[in-house]
Design a binder for this molecule. Sequence first.
Ligand code: 5GP
Length: 191
Amino acid sequence: MKLLEDKILSDGVAVNEHILKVDSFINHQVDPELMQELGKEFASHFSGKGITKVATIESSGISPALMTALALNVPLVILKKQPSKILNQDCYQTVVTSYTKGTNYELTLSQKYISEEDHVLIIDDFLANGEAATGAVRLIRKSHATIAGIGILVEKSFEPGHDKLTQQGIEVYSLARIAKMGEGFVEFVKE
Ligand code: 5GP
């Protein structure tokens, strides 16, 4: 999506070949108009899939996920990063490894908010190794809901996440796909 690619080129900061900083428009300061356009794009792409809930992982995916849920007129469910100590029997839980921190965290979902009748669209900010997204899929599948697809703002196509998910038969729709990056430059996948 040209709108997002242009924003990455003007306001994103490629720190090295693996980390793109998007603090000024996605995950520290947020550009609401951009998020609304991205949400509408996901809603239009996945319309016809019978989506009943949008889900995201706290916290960077919340802004685009909320706009997608608004455009689809369905609730947003936030998968929480919580320590296992507070797990109670009404929650599903799975362990995920953080790409940026290299540490593990517990992803938690209350059984109240997703059930087997649901068709869930997962939205997240980045897709790299696919740990976060496959963790979200694992968690939602514990509720026996259907995964309707995954919408990603920035996919690092040179890392294995996209293939891991599509090999499971899940549709991944990424709005910006980075072929290569390094300090001070970003190159997108040519369509
Ligand atoms: P994965 O689990 O696919 O390896 O990584 C996805 C998660 O790691 C995303 O939810 C995002 O929070 C974080 N992440 C991965 N790559 C980047 C990056 O280049 N920049 C930022 N800001 N976050 C990233």
